[in-house]
Design a protein around this ligand. Structure first.
Ligand SMILES: C[S@@+](CC[C@H](N)C(=O)[O-])C[C@H]1O[C@@H](n2cnc3c(N)ncnc32)[C@H](O)[C@@H]1O
Length: 411
């Protein structure tokens, strides 16, 4: 049995508190801090001190991880937040769960219908989860994290280990199109080989859908770690030195998920016509930046249809992947979405950049429109994320705040 203090680090990051600040304020000894960082056992009294300072419960900062969900020593492991993703709500989970726990009751199913990385769904694994995203690369990761199909952990680890120990020199779709752009030629060769091999294993019935998803996700997270970009694929850094190389890890995925979980890859506006959840969480893009532009390469590798790519950024045709939420019709799309939702509660995340940034970063839906649309469905309350005052005082985010609009639906 092992412990993880992931919740503690998340909470500190949410409150803008460094580990050094925590140590100073609580007087925790340096060797105890090291134990916390290494996920080793520490006395309950230490955790109690931290809880009383952060005004939280033990379960918010420490959790149990079964040994079988840990990867063996020669393969590292990764969690859902170990990737860069625009608008990822991982750090906002304490804010989101606080609102849900204190304002919603009788929730046994949660639909995260613009799920991206799946970070928000990951906070509700004690319930039935429905995930959905327009991008296949996100669907496949969500299915890997939350799908209910069983999988053979040791088989997946063996395949990952084999990939990590291989030297690949072949020419393939990746080397022909992406050599020395986002990745070095040799990493492109390896990415192309691995992705093709996953497909072969699947068609030979050597891996099932869940195992395939786990392997593709492991590749996506490994690519993100070494990509020669500043986090997205709109451009790559010219004349880069490729000093990091592809190494796959095993996701810290649970052995058993709720058998009622469902994962979709649809337009959210279509999806809500055929699902019900007690709580529907909505986190659409809020400005004109299309996710299929920012993550085209991950989408390309996930789908593996090997399309032609164009221009300096080497993007494929993405016309069928564009989101209405990044356009002038965002408000209309949101109105239609809310009308169609069948739920007890709707929780809507939106950034307050409307008309405060430049054209590209301006939010597409005004606060007035949001409240008007949600009010047609029930009573609405708005919560603004407030970093609790704590020693560092870095809390002034008023001009770029995340808000949650909670609608208690009339039924
Ligand atoms: C702000 S991000 C969500 C981030 C997510 N909550 C997380 O924590 O990672 C918005 C997501 O909506 C997806 N998206 C955009 N338009 C969509 C649509 N019409 N239907 C479903 N998903 C859509 C994008 O692909 C993107 O992943």
């Amino acid at each position: 049995m092992s412990v993880t203090y992931e919740g503690l680090w998340r909470m500190l990051s949410y409150r803008n508190v460094s580990a050094a600040d925590l140590r100073k304020v609580t007087g925790i000894a340096p060797n105890t801090m090291t134990k916390l960082k290494r996920n080793e056992d520490v006395a309950l009294s230490i955790l109690g001190k931290i809880c009383s300072l952060l005004e939280c419960d033990y379960g918010d900062i420490v959790s149990y991880v079964s040994d079988e969900s840990m990867a063996p020593d020669d393969i590292s492991s990764f969690g859902i937040n170990n990737r860069r993703y625009l608008g990822n709500k991982y750090k906002l989970l304490p804010f989101i769960t606080e609102i849900v726990n204190s304002h919603c009751s009788g929730i046994s199913s949660v639909a995260d219908i613009f799920s991206g990385t799946g970070a928000v769904a990951s906070a509700f694994t004690d319930k039935q989860i429905i995930t959905n995203d327009l991008m296949y690369s996100n669907y496949i990761c969500n299915y890997a994290w939350f799908g209910s199909q069983s999988f053979d952990r040791s088989k997946v680890i063996k395949i990952i280990s084999k990939y990590n120990n291989m030297v690949v020199n072949e020419n393939n779709y990746m080397t022909e199109n992406f050599s020395d752009t986002y990745f070095s030629k040799s990493d492109c060769a390896k990415i192309g080989y691995i992705r093709e091999n996953i497909e072969t294993l699947y068609y030979q019935h050597k891996i099932n859908d869940r195992e395939k998803a786990l392997l593709i996700m492991s590749l996506i997270y490994a690519m993100d770690k070494i990509a020669n970009t500043c986090g997205h694929y709109d451009a790559y850094i010219q004349n880069a030195i490729f000093d990091k190389h592809l190494k796959l890890s095993m996701p810290n995925v649970k052995s058993l998920n709720n058998p009622l979980n469902q994962c979709y890859n649809e337009d959210a506006n279509e999806l809500v016509e055929h699902i019900y959840a007690d709580l529907v969480y909505i986190d659409p893009p809020y400005n004109s930046r299309q996710y299929c532009d920012a993550y085209h390469l991950l989408e390309n590798v996930a789908k593996w249809e090997k399309p032609d790519v164009f221009g300096v950024a080497k993007k494929m045709d993405r016309s069928a992947m564009k989101s209405r939420y990044c356009t002038r019709t965002a408000e209309k799309a949101f109105r239609e979405l809310v009308e169609r939702i069948n739920a007890k509660y709707i929780l809507f995340s939106y950034n307050n950049m409307a008309n405060k940034g430049n054209d590209r970063s301006n939010a597409k839906i005004t606060d007035e429109a949001i409240v008007d649309i949600l009010s047609q469905k029930g009573s609405v309350q708005v919560f603004e994320e407030s970093y609790k005052a704590f020693s560092t005082g870095k809390s002034d985010i008023k001009d770029n705040a995340e808000r949650l609009f909670l609608c208690v639906c009339n039924r």
